[in-house]
Write a protein that binds this ligand. Sequence first.
Ligand code: PFF
Length: 446
Amino acid sequence: MAASRGEFSSRMGFILAAAGSAVGLGNIWGFPSQVAANGGAAFVLVYLLLAFLIAYPVLMTELAIGRFAKANTLAALEKLSRGPISRRASYLFGYLGVVVAGLILSFYGVIAGLMLGQCLESLLSLFGIETGLLSGTGASTFFTLLFMALTFAIVMRGVSSGIEAWSRRLMPMLIVLLLLLIAIVVSQAGAQQGLKAYLLPDFSKIWQGDLLLSAMGQVFFSLSLGVGTMLIYGSYVKQKESLPKLGAWVTLVDVAIAFLAGLLIIPAMYVAMNNGVQIYDSQGELLASSQLVFVVLPELFASLGVFGIVLSSLFFAMLVLASLTSSISMLEVPVATLSEQSGCSRRQAAILSLLVIASVSLLLIWQGDVLFGLAVSASTEFGQPLMGLVFCIYLGWLWQRHLLLSELQKGSPNIANSAFWRCWPNYVKYVCPLIILTIFFSSIAA
Ligand code: PFF
């Protein structure tokens, strides 16, 4: 193992880095899309509930295992193992986590690359330069590689001077941009109707279709769970920090930013409608997903003239910032695992990981939608729930309770008498696996 490990230098540094991992395309694009597709405010309420009923307990599981082991996923699970079977399984799951992280980064990088292209295109057209930069796979390839290179440059600098330092810079910029865009959009004609659709729940929708399942999948992806990212970030947290508090902060920030993103996107759709843009499909449902980001919003920006181009640049810049703080956390999984398990340097591990992941990205760009969809569902519908289950089993069934308690007591000396300690370990042992299995089998059946 490598002799010295990185560490977050402060509580704020950790919160911004972990919230940076959590806040990404999943919040700013995925969440509003799901809101649009699942009956507005009803989805928001279910999401908020699940964030604290499922995501927070699993996030705490990863953080606790990580800080206890002070190691990557593989070594951490090995440390909790009680016999040869769980020990061997820890290798399997350690590497599975690396594959899941790499696969997510490979498709995430392609989408983030598109956002980077859109942002540059808007900026250039502000100066009257019409580039058509985004047409074709060549452009996609270029921007994906550029985005991957940015991710690599940050991760290579290490935990405190790379991941933490850049999260400290990028997260405040992201929040300022988001608030600014909300203020602009909400003051436009038509926004009020969007605000109503977003904030007034229609409770009859809660039991409709797969709203509950979509919300569970969304919350898991949004908090970067079941990948090992949060476990590894937890391994860089100082002993004096209270993990339940840190986990609560990260969950709160993630949920708050998803909520704010909805406050931007849903009213923006109604402003677009007010400007003559079509926002409903032939079945009368709000357009969501790629239609929303690549058709509705660009048409909205186009309908606003030069002001729209400024908005478009800001919007896509915000998406790039959000993606970058997430992608660095994904790349950290293979980098930490490779460097700690093989003893190679961080730089070598980062180069190797980047080469493999960027090659998969290029394959996804060149081979079309089928492979892309496969990478998305293999990693998010299978990999993440499976790894989430593994973390709950190792913590709930293998980790001796007195050792778990003494880990949590570092930074929270009175935790033994708290409601958290009375509920959480059994909740992770019995309830979380049941919930995760439900998500898993339902998404397979869907
Ligand atoms: N949480 C990120 C988002 O909402 O966009 C996505 C993500 C980041 C997933 C890191 C997995 C991960 F390890």
